[in-house]
Design a protein around this ligand. Structure first.
Ligand SMILES: *Cc1c(COP(=O)(O)O)cnc(C)c1O
Length: 397
Protein backbone atom coordinates (compact mmCIF):
# COMPACT_ATOMS: atom_id res chain seq x y z
CA UNK A 1 0.00 0.00 0.00
CA UNK A 2 1.43 3.31 -1.03
CA UNK A 3 1.37 6.18 1.42
CA UNK A 4 2.58 9.22 -0.47
CA UNK A 5 2.71 12.67 1.16
CA UNK A 6 -0.40 13.45 3.19
CA UNK A 7 -2.80 11.46 1.01
CA UNK A 8 -4.91 8.95 2.89
CA UNK A 9 -3.85 5.36 2.20
CA UNK A 10 -5.86 3.76 -0.56
CA UNK A 11 -7.66 0.54 0.25
CA UNK A 12 -6.31 -2.65 -1.31
CA UNK A 13 -2.81 -3.47 -2.42
CA UNK A 14 -0.72 -1.24 -4.62
CA UNK A 15 -0.03 -3.27 -7.73
CA UNK A 16 3.75 -3.19 -7.81
CA UNK A 17 4.74 -4.04 -11.37
CA UNK A 18 7.91 -2.05 -11.76
CA UNK A 19 10.95 -4.19 -12.59
CA UNK A 20 12.45 -3.71 -9.16
CA UNK A 21 11.98 -3.30 -6.32
CA UNK A 22 9.68 -6.29 -6.56
CA UNK A 23 7.03 -7.78 -4.29
CA UNK A 24 8.38 -9.06 -0.98
CA UNK A 25 6.88 -12.39 0.08
CA UNK A 26 5.35 -12.28 3.60
CA UNK A 27 7.63 -15.07 4.79
CA UNK A 28 10.66 -12.96 3.87
CA UNK A 29 9.24 -9.95 5.71
CA UNK A 30 8.69 -12.15 8.74
CA UNK A 31 12.23 -13.51 8.53
CA UNK A 32 13.47 -9.92 8.80
CA UNK A 33 11.16 -8.99 11.66
CA UNK A 34 13.80 -9.79 14.27
CA UNK A 35 15.97 -7.89 16.74
CA UNK A 36 19.31 -6.70 15.44
CA UNK A 37 22.01 -9.19 16.16
CA UNK A 38 25.66 -9.35 17.17
CA UNK A 39 27.61 -9.68 13.92
CA UNK A 40 30.74 -10.66 15.86
CA UNK A 41 29.04 -13.37 17.92
CA UNK A 42 31.11 -16.56 18.12
CA UNK A 43 28.41 -18.51 16.25
CA UNK A 44 27.61 -15.90 13.55
CA UNK A 45 29.72 -17.82 11.01
CA UNK A 46 27.34 -20.77 11.32
CA UNK A 47 24.77 -18.55 9.66
CA UNK A 48 26.97 -16.84 7.06
CA UNK A 49 29.11 -19.69 5.70
CA UNK A 50 26.17 -21.71 4.31
CA UNK A 51 24.63 -18.45 3.09
CA UNK A 52 27.67 -17.73 0.88
CA UNK A 53 27.53 -21.26 -0.52
CA UNK A 54 23.82 -21.10 -1.28
CA UNK A 55 24.07 -17.73 -3.05
CA UNK A 56 26.66 -19.32 -5.37
CA UNK A 57 24.08 -21.92 -6.43
CA UNK A 58 21.79 -19.18 -7.78
CA UNK A 59 24.68 -18.00 -9.98
CA UNK A 60 25.41 -21.65 -10.94
CA UNK A 61 28.94 -21.38 -9.68
CA UNK A 62 30.99 -23.97 -7.86
CA UNK A 63 34.44 -22.53 -8.48
CA UNK A 64 33.74 -18.87 -7.75
CA UNK A 65 33.03 -17.00 -4.55
CA UNK A 66 30.43 -14.43 -3.61
CA UNK A 67 30.70 -11.05 -1.96
CA UNK A 68 27.71 -9.37 -0.37
CA UNK A 69 28.04 -5.61 0.12
CA UNK A 70 25.65 -3.30 1.94
CA UNK A 71 25.08 -1.49 -1.37
CA UNK A 72 22.96 -2.02 -4.48
CA UNK A 73 23.59 -3.29 -8.00
CA UNK A 74 25.46 -0.10 -8.84
CA UNK A 75 27.92 -0.82 -6.03
CA UNK A 76 28.40 -4.26 -7.52
CA UNK A 77 29.37 -2.71 -10.87
CA UNK A 78 31.95 -0.51 -9.18
CA UNK A 79 33.31 -3.37 -7.13
CA UNK A 80 33.85 -5.43 -10.30
CA UNK A 81 35.79 -2.65 -12.01
CA UNK A 82 37.94 -1.37 -9.16
CA UNK A 83 38.96 -4.77 -7.82
CA UNK A 84 40.25 -6.23 -11.06
CA UNK A 85 41.56 -3.37 -13.20
CA UNK A 86 44.21 -0.66 -13.16
CA UNK A 87 43.90 3.03 -14.07
CA UNK A 88 43.66 3.58 -17.83
CA UNK A 89 42.85 -0.05 -18.63
CA UNK A 90 40.79 -0.59 -21.77
CA UNK A 91 37.21 -1.87 -21.54
CA UNK A 92 34.88 -3.02 -24.32
CA UNK A 93 31.15 -2.60 -23.76
CA UNK A 94 27.87 -1.96 -25.54
CA UNK A 95 25.00 0.43 -24.85
CA UNK A 96 21.38 -0.23 -25.75
CA UNK A 97 19.40 1.05 -22.77
CA UNK A 98 19.68 3.10 -19.62
CA UNK A 99 21.43 0.43 -17.53
CA UNK A 100 24.06 -0.52 -20.08
CA UNK A 101 24.54 3.24 -20.54
CA UNK A 102 25.09 3.84 -16.83
CA UNK A 103 27.70 1.10 -16.50
CA UNK A 104 29.60 2.49 -19.50
CA UNK A 105 29.32 5.95 -17.94
CA UNK A 106 30.79 4.62 -14.69
CA UNK A 107 33.76 3.22 -16.65
CA UNK A 108 34.38 6.68 -18.11
CA UNK A 109 34.04 8.39 -14.75
CA UNK A 110 36.50 5.99 -13.13
CA UNK A 111 39.07 6.94 -15.77
CA UNK A 112 39.16 3.81 -17.92
CA UNK A 113 39.61 3.87 -21.66
CA UNK A 114 36.24 2.68 -22.90
CA UNK A 115 35.17 1.46 -26.31
CA UNK A 116 31.38 1.74 -26.29
CA UNK A 117 29.40 0.14 -29.10
CA UNK A 118 26.13 2.00 -29.52
CA UNK A 119 23.32 -0.32 -30.49
CA UNK A 120 19.73 0.59 -31.27
CA UNK A 121 17.60 0.45 -28.11
CA UNK A 122 15.55 -2.74 -28.41
CA UNK A 123 18.47 -4.85 -29.52
CA UNK A 124 21.08 -6.60 -27.37
CA UNK A 125 24.80 -7.27 -27.07
CA UNK A 126 26.27 -7.22 -30.62
CA UNK A 127 28.11 -10.54 -30.64
CA UNK A 128 29.67 -10.24 -34.12
CA UNK A 129 31.08 -6.81 -33.31
CA UNK A 130 32.50 -8.10 -30.03
CA UNK A 131 34.22 -10.97 -31.85
CA UNK A 132 35.55 -8.72 -34.60
CA UNK A 133 37.00 -6.17 -32.17
CA UNK A 134 38.47 -8.80 -29.86
CA UNK A 135 40.04 -10.66 -32.80
CA UNK A 136 41.62 -7.43 -34.02
CA UNK A 137 43.07 -6.71 -30.57
CA UNK A 138 46.17 -8.85 -31.10
CA UNK A 139 48.10 -7.13 -28.30
CA UNK A 140 45.30 -7.92 -25.82
CA UNK A 141 44.99 -4.32 -24.70
CA UNK A 142 41.33 -4.86 -23.83
CA UNK A 143 41.29 -6.01 -20.21
CA UNK A 144 37.55 -6.41 -19.63
CA UNK A 145 34.42 -7.01 -21.67
CA UNK A 146 31.07 -5.88 -20.26
CA UNK A 147 27.66 -7.30 -21.08
CA UNK A 148 24.23 -6.53 -19.69
CA UNK A 149 22.32 -9.82 -19.58
CA UNK A 150 18.93 -8.20 -19.15
CA UNK A 151 18.53 -4.55 -20.14
CA UNK A 152 15.72 -3.54 -17.82
CA UNK A 153 14.97 -0.28 -19.67
CA UNK A 154 14.01 -2.00 -22.92
CA UNK A 155 13.16 -5.57 -21.83
CA UNK A 156 16.00 -7.10 -23.82
CA UNK A 157 17.83 -10.28 -22.82
CA UNK A 158 21.22 -10.92 -24.41
CA UNK A 159 23.08 -14.13 -25.09
CA UNK A 160 25.86 -14.31 -22.51
CA UNK A 161 26.99 -17.76 -23.64
CA UNK A 162 27.44 -16.10 -27.04
CA UNK A 163 29.73 -13.45 -25.52
CA UNK A 164 31.89 -16.23 -24.08
CA UNK A 165 32.02 -17.83 -27.54
CA UNK A 166 33.10 -14.52 -29.07
CA UNK A 167 35.94 -14.23 -26.54
CA UNK A 168 37.01 -17.83 -27.15
CA UNK A 169 36.78 -17.53 -30.94
CA UNK A 170 39.08 -14.52 -30.74
CA UNK A 171 41.37 -16.36 -28.31
CA UNK A 172 41.14 -13.29 -26.11
CA UNK A 173 42.00 -13.39 -22.38
CA UNK A 174 39.93 -10.35 -21.27
CA UNK A 175 37.79 -10.69 -18.17
CA UNK A 176 34.04 -11.01 -18.75
CA UNK A 177 31.77 -8.94 -16.50
CA UNK A 178 28.00 -9.38 -16.63
CA UNK A 179 25.25 -7.17 -15.26
CA UNK A 180 22.71 -9.68 -14.02
CA UNK A 181 20.84 -7.33 -11.69
CA UNK A 182 17.42 -8.01 -13.24
CA UNK A 183 18.12 -11.57 -14.38
CA UNK A 184 20.04 -13.57 -11.74
CA UNK A 185 17.52 -15.74 -9.91
CA UNK A 186 14.83 -15.16 -12.57
CA UNK A 187 16.44 -15.97 -15.95
CA UNK A 188 18.97 -18.74 -16.45
CA UNK A 189 22.49 -17.61 -15.62
CA UNK A 190 25.53 -19.91 -15.75
CA UNK A 191 28.59 -18.40 -14.11
CA UNK A 192 30.99 -21.33 -14.52
CA UNK A 193 29.72 -22.72 -17.82
CA UNK A 194 29.84 -19.31 -19.54
CA UNK A 195 33.19 -18.41 -18.01
CA UNK A 196 31.86 -15.23 -16.43
CA UNK A 197 34.45 -13.49 -14.25
CA UNK A 198 32.25 -11.11 -12.30
CA UNK A 199 28.47 -11.33 -12.22
CA UNK A 200 26.63 -8.47 -10.56
CA UNK A 201 23.23 -8.59 -8.89
CA UNK A 202 21.27 -6.80 -6.21
CA UNK A 203 18.75 -7.71 -3.55
CA UNK A 204 15.57 -5.98 -4.76
CA UNK A 205 14.82 -7.84 -7.99
CA UNK A 206 15.03 -11.63 -8.41
CA UNK A 207 16.07 -12.06 -4.78
CA UNK A 208 12.72 -10.55 -3.65
CA UNK A 209 14.28 -8.48 -0.88
CA UNK A 210 14.34 -4.78 -0.04
CA UNK A 211 17.07 -2.76 -1.72
CA UNK A 212 20.34 -2.72 0.19
CA UNK A 213 22.60 -5.54 -0.94
CA UNK A 214 25.02 -5.62 -3.85
CA UNK A 215 25.51 -9.32 -4.51
CA UNK A 216 28.35 -10.38 -6.78
CA UNK A 217 29.92 -13.66 -7.81
CA UNK A 218 33.59 -13.71 -8.77
CA UNK A 219 35.66 -16.28 -10.68
CA UNK A 220 39.09 -17.64 -9.76
CA UNK A 221 40.49 -15.71 -12.74
CA UNK A 222 39.04 -12.47 -11.41
CA UNK A 223 40.49 -13.19 -7.95
CA UNK A 224 43.88 -13.69 -9.59
CA UNK A 225 43.56 -10.39 -11.51
CA UNK A 226 42.60 -8.75 -8.22
CA UNK A 227 46.07 -9.41 -6.79
CA UNK A 228 47.74 -6.96 -9.19
CA UNK A 229 44.83 -4.56 -9.88
CA UNK A 230 45.89 -1.01 -9.08
CA UNK A 231 42.60 0.89 -8.94
CA UNK A 232 41.90 2.60 -5.62
CA UNK A 233 39.25 0.90 -3.51
CA UNK A 234 38.22 0.71 0.10
CA UNK A 235 34.55 0.14 0.98
CA UNK A 236 34.04 -2.21 -1.97
CA UNK A 237 37.41 -3.94 -1.62
CA UNK A 238 37.58 -7.69 -2.07
CA UNK A 239 40.76 -8.21 -0.04
CA UNK A 240 39.10 -6.89 3.12
CA UNK A 241 36.04 -9.04 2.44
CA UNK A 242 38.15 -12.14 1.81
CA UNK A 243 40.11 -11.72 5.05
CA UNK A 244 36.96 -11.63 7.16
CA UNK A 245 34.52 -13.66 5.02
CA UNK A 246 36.89 -16.62 5.14
CA UNK A 247 35.90 -17.11 8.76
CA UNK A 248 32.30 -16.01 8.27
CA UNK A 249 32.59 -12.35 9.28
CA UNK A 250 32.68 -8.94 7.57
CA UNK A 251 35.13 -6.02 7.49
CA UNK A 252 32.37 -3.65 8.66
CA UNK A 253 28.81 -3.95 9.90
CA UNK A 254 26.89 -6.22 7.54
CA UNK A 255 23.19 -5.66 6.82
CA UNK A 256 22.25 -8.54 9.12
CA UNK A 257 18.51 -7.98 8.71
CA UNK A 258 18.77 -8.25 4.94
CA UNK A 259 21.02 -11.29 5.26
CA UNK A 260 18.26 -13.00 7.30
CA UNK A 261 15.84 -12.10 4.50
CA UNK A 262 18.32 -13.46 1.97
CA UNK A 263 18.44 -16.76 3.87
CA UNK A 264 14.67 -17.04 3.53
CA UNK A 265 14.75 -16.05 -0.17
CA UNK A 266 17.36 -18.73 -0.92
CA UNK A 267 15.28 -21.32 0.90
CA UNK A 268 12.24 -20.34 -1.16
CA UNK A 269 14.20 -20.55 -4.43
CA UNK A 270 15.62 -23.92 -3.41
CA UNK A 271 12.18 -25.20 -2.46
CA UNK A 272 10.58 -24.16 -5.76
CA UNK A 273 13.67 -25.30 -7.67
CA UNK A 274 15.81 -22.83 -9.61
CA UNK A 275 14.77 -24.27 -13.00
CA UNK A 276 11.11 -24.05 -11.97
CA UNK A 277 11.63 -20.41 -11.01
CA UNK A 278 12.98 -19.72 -14.52
CA UNK A 279 10.08 -21.64 -16.10
CA UNK A 280 7.55 -19.69 -14.03
CA UNK A 281 9.06 -16.39 -15.17
CA UNK A 282 8.97 -17.55 -18.78
CA UNK A 283 5.35 -18.58 -18.57
CA UNK A 284 4.21 -15.42 -16.79
CA UNK A 285 6.09 -13.30 -19.33
CA UNK A 286 4.34 -15.21 -22.12
CA UNK A 287 0.96 -14.03 -20.82
CA UNK A 288 2.09 -10.40 -20.83
CA UNK A 289 3.43 -10.75 -24.37
CA UNK A 290 0.17 -12.36 -25.51
CA UNK A 291 -1.70 -9.36 -24.10
CA UNK A 292 0.58 -6.85 -25.82
CA UNK A 293 0.06 -8.52 -29.17
CA UNK A 294 -3.70 -8.76 -28.63
CA UNK A 295 -3.71 -4.99 -28.07
CA UNK A 296 -2.10 -4.67 -31.49
CA UNK A 297 0.98 -3.17 -29.88
CA UNK A 298 4.67 -4.01 -29.95
CA UNK A 299 7.45 -4.66 -27.50
CA UNK A 300 10.47 -2.41 -27.51
CA UNK A 301 12.57 -5.60 -27.92
CA UNK A 302 12.97 -5.89 -31.68
CA UNK A 303 13.13 -9.64 -32.08
CA UNK A 304 11.82 -12.65 -30.24
CA UNK A 305 15.33 -13.81 -29.34
CA UNK A 306 15.64 -10.69 -27.18
CA UNK A 307 12.29 -10.91 -25.35
CA UNK A 308 12.90 -10.65 -21.64
CA UNK A 309 11.21 -12.95 -19.16
CA UNK A 310 11.50 -10.40 -16.35
CA UNK A 311 10.28 -7.15 -17.90
CA UNK A 312 8.30 -6.08 -20.96
CA UNK A 313 8.73 -2.58 -22.36
CA UNK A 314 5.57 -1.83 -24.33
CA UNK A 315 5.56 0.79 -27.08
CA UNK A 316 2.46 3.01 -27.14
CA UNK A 317 1.06 4.03 -30.53
CA UNK A 318 2.44 7.14 -32.23
CA UNK A 319 0.83 10.32 -30.92
CA UNK A 320 0.22 8.93 -27.42
CA UNK A 321 2.25 9.54 -24.28
CA UNK A 322 3.23 6.49 -22.25
CA UNK A 323 3.83 8.72 -19.23
CA UNK A 324 0.09 9.49 -19.17
CA UNK A 325 -0.70 5.77 -19.04
CA UNK A 326 1.64 5.32 -16.10
CA UNK A 327 0.25 8.36 -14.28
CA UNK A 328 -3.34 7.29 -14.83
CA UNK A 329 -2.64 3.72 -13.71
CA UNK A 330 -1.07 4.95 -10.51
CA UNK A 331 -3.54 7.68 -9.62
CA UNK A 332 -6.79 5.95 -10.52
CA UNK A 333 -6.03 2.24 -10.13
CA UNK A 334 -3.18 2.23 -7.60
CA UNK A 335 -1.10 0.32 -10.11
CA UNK A 336 2.63 1.00 -10.48
CA UNK A 337 3.95 0.42 -13.98
CA UNK A 338 7.57 1.00 -14.98
CA UNK A 339 8.35 4.28 -16.64
CA UNK A 340 10.20 4.86 -19.93
CA UNK A 341 13.77 5.92 -19.15
CA UNK A 342 15.60 8.70 -21.04
CA UNK A 343 15.59 7.79 -24.77
CA UNK A 344 12.31 5.90 -24.55
CA UNK A 345 10.57 8.28 -22.10
CA UNK A 346 6.97 8.79 -23.19
CA UNK A 347 7.33 6.03 -25.75
CA UNK A 348 7.13 2.94 -23.56
CA UNK A 349 5.66 1.80 -20.30
CA UNK A 350 6.99 -1.31 -18.65
CA UNK A 351 5.41 -4.22 -16.84
CA UNK A 352 7.89 -5.83 -14.51
CA UNK A 353 7.20 -9.54 -14.15
CA UNK A 354 9.93 -10.78 -11.89
CA UNK A 355 10.15 -12.06 -8.39
CA UNK A 356 7.30 -13.33 -6.27
CA UNK A 357 4.45 -13.39 -8.77
CA UNK A 358 1.73 -15.64 -10.11
CA UNK A 359 -0.86 -15.60 -12.92
CA UNK A 360 -3.53 -13.78 -10.94
CA UNK A 361 -1.15 -10.98 -10.01
CA UNK A 362 -0.22 -10.56 -13.67
CA UNK A 363 -3.93 -10.34 -14.57
CA UNK A 364 -4.07 -7.33 -12.25
CA UNK A 365 -1.24 -5.63 -14.14
CA UNK A 366 -2.63 -6.45 -17.57
CA UNK A 367 -6.21 -5.49 -16.69
CA UNK A 368 -5.05 -2.27 -15.02
CA UNK A 369 -2.83 -1.30 -17.94
CA UNK A 370 -5.80 -1.83 -20.26
CA UNK A 371 -8.04 0.45 -18.23
CA UNK A 372 -5.37 3.15 -18.00
CA UNK A 373 -4.73 2.99 -21.75
CA UNK A 374 -8.46 3.19 -22.50
CA UNK A 375 -8.79 6.19 -20.15
CA UNK A 376 -6.07 8.16 -21.94
CA UNK A 377 -7.51 7.43 -25.37
CA UNK A 378 -5.31 4.67 -26.69
CA UNK A 379 -7.54 2.66 -29.04
CA UNK A 380 -7.55 -0.79 -27.50
CA UNK A 381 -10.43 -3.08 -26.84
CA UNK A 382 -11.07 -3.62 -23.13
CA UNK A 383 -10.54 -7.23 -22.19
CA UNK A 384 -8.56 -8.14 -25.30
CA UNK A 385 -5.20 -8.39 -23.53
CA UNK A 386 -6.77 -9.95 -20.45
CA UNK A 387 -8.39 -12.65 -22.59
CA UNK A 388 -5.17 -13.39 -24.47
CA UNK A 389 -3.25 -13.72 -21.21
CA UNK A 390 -5.98 -15.87 -19.68
CA UNK A 391 -5.83 -18.17 -22.69
CA UNK A 392 -2.06 -18.39 -22.36
CA UNK A 393 -2.24 -19.25 -18.66
CA UNK A 394 -5.07 -21.74 -19.19
CA UNK A 395 -3.24 -23.50 -21.99
CA UNK A 396 0.14 -23.72 -20.27
CA UNK A 397 1.11 -25.25 -16.95
C1 LIG B 1 18.22 -2.19 -11.35
C2 LIG B 1 19.36 -2.39 -12.27
C3 LIG B 1 20.63 -1.87 -12.00
C4 LIG B 1 20.90 -0.91 -10.88
O1 LIG B 1 20.85 -1.52 -9.68
P1 LIG B 1 20.63 -0.68 -8.34
O2 LIG B 1 20.34 -1.76 -7.38
O3 LIG B 1 19.49 0.25 -8.61
O4 LIG B 1 21.90 0.02 -8.06
C5 LIG B 1 21.67 -2.19 -12.84
N1 LIG B 1 21.48 -2.95 -13.92
C6 LIG B 1 20.28 -3.46 -14.23
C7 LIG B 1 20.15 -4.32 -15.43
C8 LIG B 1 19.19 -3.20 -13.41
O5 LIG B 1 17.98 -3.69 -13.72
Amino acid sequence: MTHASNQPMKPGYNGLFIPGPTNIPPQIRQAMEIPLEDMRAPDFHEFTMPLFEDVKKVFKSERGRVFIFPASGTGGWESALTNTLSPGDKILCSRFGQFSHLWADMCHRLGFEVEVLDVEWGKGVPLEDYERILSADKGHTIKAVLACQNETATGVTSDIGGVRKALDAAGHPALLFVDGVSSVGSIDFRMDEWGVDVAVSGSQKGFMLPTGLGIICVSEKALEAHKTAQMGRCFLSWEDMIKTNDTGYFPYTPATTLLRGLRCALDMIEQEGLENVFARHHRLAGGVRAAVHAWGMNLCAKEEKWWSDTVSAIVVPEGHDAAQVIKRAYEKYNLSLGTGLTKVAGKVFRIGHLGWLNEIMLMQAIGGAEMAMKDVGIPIELGSGVAAAQAHYCETA
